[in-house]
Design a protein around this ligand. Structure first.
Ligand code: 7RM
Length: 649
């Protein structure tokens, strides 16, 4: 692949500096302060990270900040700590003891508020439950639950005793669960009878039973009763959560763990086949999530903070559970769908709890655009002071909609770039300091050395597309792929010699701002022009009739690749042939005629993964006329694919 002419064609000129009112109250009060921290972090990275880590509790201090032997890093070597202790016990001698740690709302409408003291109590008891079933430091436990408070309780109990957790998103199939249990060799599976989603229940325990038929490592299954739907309990293997908890002691001192003790694994899909178990360890992950939650969200003691991700994904691990609790925050957790019972559920939650900080995904924002402005308009969203996005590039139109309709033209937006592998946010505005530009994640956080380079690792010039890399290790980086250190080395540290390769394409503009163009394999080459699919999508979505689009390449004899655009229209617009022509012309005008789609296909919905990423791979197969498509196990809604096929005929 030649990156020489990955061209970045969007020209976004709007700039939004932080308001004086926001900056003056922020943790980092302006550009000068930010530049000063960045400069110090660059000069003395180890001193910088040590300073942050020392804000947390260590049972024993570290001897060496970093041992780095590419591709393996060790942080805070010799230090002993515990992330569960830092999330819970550390706050108990302070006024946070009775502060709400987790504010939960079930989809049917129940509310539960767990204070730091209450959460600590549950976590200690559950750690004793795990211990009573023979689980020991170094073991693995798979957690397969919906969004209930018992999910973070289980994670924090594992962390407390040095058991690695492996959270598998509750939407995964039995087969996907089985593969993840087997790869992790978990002895324990923690689940629920079911969960609520869009007014119906999901039969989690049924999937567990099917998965465990092919997963012999699991000795015990602990089942939390959520829905009360009838399930099968296997004698000798399955135990009810409430029965085990009823007899458990609430005394469980946190283990003093080595900084590099493995904390969790989380499976993520790569470009090829088998999912990878990304491994994170204790001290570095703790430092990264603690710091970024505080600075990027400008989190304050009195804030009510809500990240809408599912804890089954890394965003939920880092920014619902660990980051907020490390900071002693109130973290809101919602169980269900955004459109149950109506498309304004999120806005009613924000209004009800007076939420101040709201973090969601671009795909959700585009869905809200499609549902219409009337839904947020029905609610008082004036409590919000900061908005965030994560998961994919956000097109400027969606960004502007978010700013106006949710943020009341008042809230800074932090577009946060990071990965399962990076553990915490690496490129993002620091909201009181860095002016934002719609569609840009802006600049790397202090201590992060990101660059855009060619295949050989040479930096490319301003506004030249290239590969997004990280030149220095950072504390929350993944340590390996579970059971496959060789793949870890190959995948991340040998594509571009001496650097961490993110798999993303990007450009940096004349102000040093990063514009992420998406995964490298989302780049289309039309007649030698390398065009980011996202850039064409963005142009399409800037047309008033378009709600969402996904753009893919298909083989083309003349041009190498042609462009096919799948387009969903916003309410009230008709899928007329004349509109297809109009949209092609619109893209031609916005980007250049070489980027005009060869074909536009209107569709009601796009195929997405359960975490909301558009599955361009499936669309690529469809667009190129392939009869069968590849792996669809991560697809959120299978009927979308069937419909797309029908529409083709
Ligand atoms: C947190 C998460 C990682 C991939 C990453 C990018 C894309 C994430 C942004 C983004 C543009 C962003 N972890 N991505 N955030 N692209 N702007 N702000 O999503 O492992 O599931 O995905 O997501 O391609 O490499 S992840």
């Amino acid at each position: 692949m030649s990156e020489k002419n990955i061209e970045s064609l969007l020209k976004e000129k709007r700039v939004f500096p932080p308001s004086a009112a926001f900056s003056s109250q922020a943790h980092i009060k302006g550009l000068d302060a930010y530049e000063e921290i960045s400069r110090k972090a660059l000069e003395d990275p180890e001193g910088y990270w040590a300073g942050i880590a020392s804000e947390l509790h260590w049972f024993e201090p570290w001897k060496t900040v970093l041992e780095w032997e590419l591709p393996f890093s060790k942080w805070f070597v010799g230090g002993k700590t515990n992330i569960s202790f830092n999330c819970l016990d550390r706050h108990l001698g302070t006024p946070r003891k009775n502060k709400i740690a987790i504010l939960w709302e079930g989809e049917p409408g129940e509310v539960r508020a767990l204070s730091y003291q209450m959460l600590h109590h549950e976590v200690c008891k559950f750690a004793n439950v795990l211990k009573s079933f023979g689980l020991q430091k170094g073991d693995r436990a798979t957690i397969y639950m919906g969004m209930v408070p018992e999910l973070p309780v289980a994670m924090l109990a594992c962390a407390r005793m040095g058991v690695m957790h492996n959270v598998v998103f509750g939407g995964f199939s039995a087969e996907a669960l089985r593969d993840r249990v087997n790869d992790s060799q978990s002895r324990m599976l923690i689940t629920a009878d079911g969960g609520y989603r869009r007014g119906t229940t999901i039969a989690l325990k049924k999937s567990v039973d099917d998965a465990l038929a092919g997963a012999p490592s699991v000795e015990k299954v602990i089942v939390y009763k959520r829905t009360g739907d009838p399930i099968n309990m296997v004698a000798g293997r399955d135990v009810w959560w409430h029965e085990a908890m009823a007899v458990a002691s609430a005394d469980f001192p946190a283990e003093a763990l080595d900084s590099e003790h493995p904390l969790f694994m989380l499976y993520t899909s790569g470009t090829t086949g088998k999912p990878k178990g990304v491994v994170h360890t204790t001290g570095g992950y703790m430092t990264g999530t603690y710091l970024t939650t505080k600075w990027v969200f400008d989190l304050k003691e009195e804030d009510t903070y809500w990240c809408t991700a599912d804890i089954g994904w890394v965003t939920g691990h880092s920014y619902i559970v660990y980051g907020p609790l490390l900071n002693g925050a109130t973290s809101v957790m919602y169980e269900g769908a955004p459109n149950f019972p109506e498309p304004d559920r999120f806005w009613s939650i924000i209004e009800k709890y007076r939420i101040n900080i709201f973090y969601t995904a671009p795909t959700a924002i585009r869905t809200f655009v499609k549902w219409g402005d009337q839904w947020p308009a029905k609610h008082d969203l004036s409590s919000l002071r900061l908005l965030g996005t994560v998961g994919e590039p956000i097109n400027p139109e969606a960004w502007m909609w978010y700013r106006k309709n949710i943020g009341g033209d008042r809230c800074p937006i932090v577009d946060t770039w990071w990965q399962t592998e990076t553990g915490s946010i690496l490129i993002s505005p620091v909201p009181g300091a860095v002016p934002t530009k719609p569609g840009s994640a802006t600049r790397p956080l202090p201590g992060i050395v990101a660059d855009v380079v060619d295949r050989q690792g040479n930096p490319v010039g301003p506004n030249q597309g290239g590969f997004l890399v990280l030149r220095r290790p950072w504390p929350s980086m993944l340590r390996t792929i579970y059971g496959d250190p060789e793949r870890y080395h190959r995948q991340y540290w040998s594509e571009i010699p001496g650097m961490y390769f993110t798999g993303d394409g990007a450009r940096r503009d004349e102000d040093g701002y990063f514009w992420i163009m998406g995964r490298i394999d989302d780049v289309i080459n039309v007649s030698g022009h390398r065009i980011g699919t996202m850039e064409v999508e963005s142009a399409l979505v800037s047309h008033p009739t378009v709600a969402e689009s996904a753009v893919v390449g298909r083989p083309d004899d003349l041009k190498g690749q042609g462009i096919v655009a799948f387009v969903t229209l916003s309410a009230g617009n008709q899928a007329l042939p004349a509109l297809k022509e109009e949209l092609k012309i619109h893209v031609g005008k916005s980007i250049g005629s070489f980027a005009k789609p060869d074909e536009i296909r209107f569709t009601d919905s796009l195929p997405k993964t359960r975490s909301g990423k558009i599955m361009r791979r499936l669309l690529r197969d469809l667009a190129s006329g392939a009869k069968t498509v590849g792996d669809t196990t991560t697809l959120e809604d299978f009927s979308v694919l069937a419909k797309l096929r029908e529409e083709e005929e």
